[in-house]
Ligand binder design. Structure first.
Ligand code: NDP
Length: 451
């Protein structure tokens, strides 16, 4: 391993990661994005290299994979695969969401778990990193089928999690309904009512603001970046992708701060509402997606706006882009189009939504670019606050939690500025987030011996 030249160090380290994890392109991408921003720092601080901290951090502490059999409403049997990647517990119990989506595989979960370790560290709360879920698709399933699946999934997962061990939350395809079914099954199996999952309902251990936290936090982060430049979201046109939990509350907070959200999408296409998605239209989206479980083209039919089938929102002219759907949803070309059309702020609500090339286009253009591990950390931060409330057996008010969320997002922003400031006043938020997240975990690992 070359420990003198940052680029050669990155190259050598990536060869190592690729040879140990063949074919896992998403995981390689996530590690590369971190290593190339850390390499200079590591060379200046060689004890992290000598103690092989990065080699340890890219090797999950534990991976659990299991069979999930369940029965649909017609009586047919289905077999799905369950996963939990417990990546790192140096600073607290494993924490990270469960994703139910047919596109998942081990590489995707490893990418998400690796990002989660650094993200959780940035929140300053005591949480390690994990991610998991299943290739089960909740779309077009009845409530009964989703419950059957969740109960079967939790029957196995319950052996591996616990309030002091691993505390999963929601992610794509896992919202309040799924968390409820899984919590109920855990309680039956263990005969204990504990904070083993976050994202719970308000009447049974959940935290106010948890559903809003990722979307709100992403907008707070964008506002912090703009404020630092003497600007704000007010009056800005904002293109948002996705139409699930994160996207809905990003729209809500953009409206609160006086911006104009103009798009939403799902895996079938994008709606473009040039007059702006107002509160009434947002209520319709919440009903459509969370209750009727419909498709976003229905918005276009209802409000008479354009719908672009099989397209993402990045061709729309905007000041601010907030990708809130999934990984690699902004290609290199789309990043180029965004920049050409005047977009100068990108705040990632989703995890790793920009491809490697897209991310480099944003960095080269020196726009305000916030990577997901910083911008969307509000979700896990409020999950951490939910854990705290569960342990203390009390509930904070909406304003209390929102206030703490705002403070956490501001602190993360400031840490990124501290570690990511470059010549000429440019802040490389990717580098800042990676270094700030890494140092805390690395130092904890060193203190705990060879772990
Ligand atoms: P939801 O399931 O509520 O919504 C996901 C949205 O993204 C849906 O509109 C979905 O469309 C769309 N989507 C999912 N997969 C794809 C795909 N392959 N191609 C195109 N569109 C897709 O999930 P969340 O809103 O919770 O999560 C969105 C993103 O935010 C994810 O990257 C997640 O990891 C990240 N995140 C979420 C947090 C949370 O607290 N929920 C915390 C931090 C990050 P469709 O319905 O058609 O699939």
């Amino acid at each position: 391993m070359n420990i003198k030249d940052p680029q050669l160090f990155t190259k050598d380290f990536m060869e190592y990661v690729q040879s140990r994890n063949p074919g896992e392109a998403e995981f390689h991408q996530a590690v590369l994005e971190v290593v190339e921003t850390l390499s200079e720092f590591l060379i200046r601080n060689p004890r992290y290299i000598r103690l092989k901290i990065l080699e340890r951090m890219t090797e999950p502490e534990r991976i659990i994979m299991f069979r999930v059999p369940w029965i649909d409403d017609r009586g047919d049997i289905h077999i799905n695969r369950g996963y939990r990647v417990e990546m790192n517990s140096a600073i607290g119990p494993y924490k990270g969401g469960l994703r139910f989506h047919p596109s998942v595989n081990l590489s995707v979960y490893k990418l998400l778990a690796f990002e989660q370790v650094l993200k959780n560290s940035l929140t300053s709360l005591p949480m390690g990193g994990a991610k998991g879920g299943s290739d089960f698709d909740p779309k077009n399933k009845s409530d009964n089928e989703v419950m059957n699946f969740c109960q079967s999934f939790m029957t196995e997962l319950s052996r591996h999690i616990g309030p002091y061990t691993d505390v999963p939350a929601g992610d794509i395809g896992v919202g309040g309904r799924e968390i409820g079914y899984m919590f109920g099954q855990y309680k039956r199996l263990r005969n204990e009512f504990t904070g083993v999952l976050t994202g719970k309902g308000i009447g049974w251990g959940g935290s106010l603001i948890r559903p809003e936290s990722t979307g709100y936090g992403t907008v707070y982060f964008a506002e912090e970046m703009l404020n630092r430049k003497g600007d704000s979201i007010k009056g800005k046109t904002v293109a948002i992708s996705g139409s699930g939990n994160v996207a809905q509350f990003a729209v809500e907070k953009v409206l609160d701060l006086g911006g104009k959200p103009v798009s939403l999408s799902d895996s079938n296409g994008t709606i473009y509402d040039k007059d702006g998605i107002d509160r009434e239209k947002l209520e319709y989206v919440k009903l459509l997606k969370n209750v009727c479980r419909g498709r976003i083209y229905e918005y276009a039919d209802k409000f008479g706006v354009p719908y672009f089938e099989n397209q993402r929102p990045w061709g729309i002219s905007c000041d601010v882009a907030m990708p809130c759907a999934t990984q690699n949803e902004i290609s290199s070309d789309e990043a180029g189009t965004l920049l050409k059309n005047g977009c100068f702020v990108v705040a990632e609500g989703a995890n790793m939504p920009s491809t490697y090339e897209a991310e480099h286009k944003f960095l080269d253009a020196k726009i305000l670019y916030a990577p997901g591990k910083a911008a969307n950390a509000g979700g896990v931060a409020v999950s951490g606050l939910e854990m705290t409330q569960n342990s203390m057996r009390l509930s904070w008010t909406r304003d209390e939690v929102d206030g703490k969320l705002k403070t956490i997002m501001r602190d993360i922003h400031d840490m990124c500025v501290t570690h990511g400031s470059e010549a000429g006043g440019f802040v490389n938020y990717v580098k800042g987030a990676n270094i700030a997240g890494f140092v805390k975990v690395a130092n904890a690992m060193i203190s705990q011996g060879l772990v």
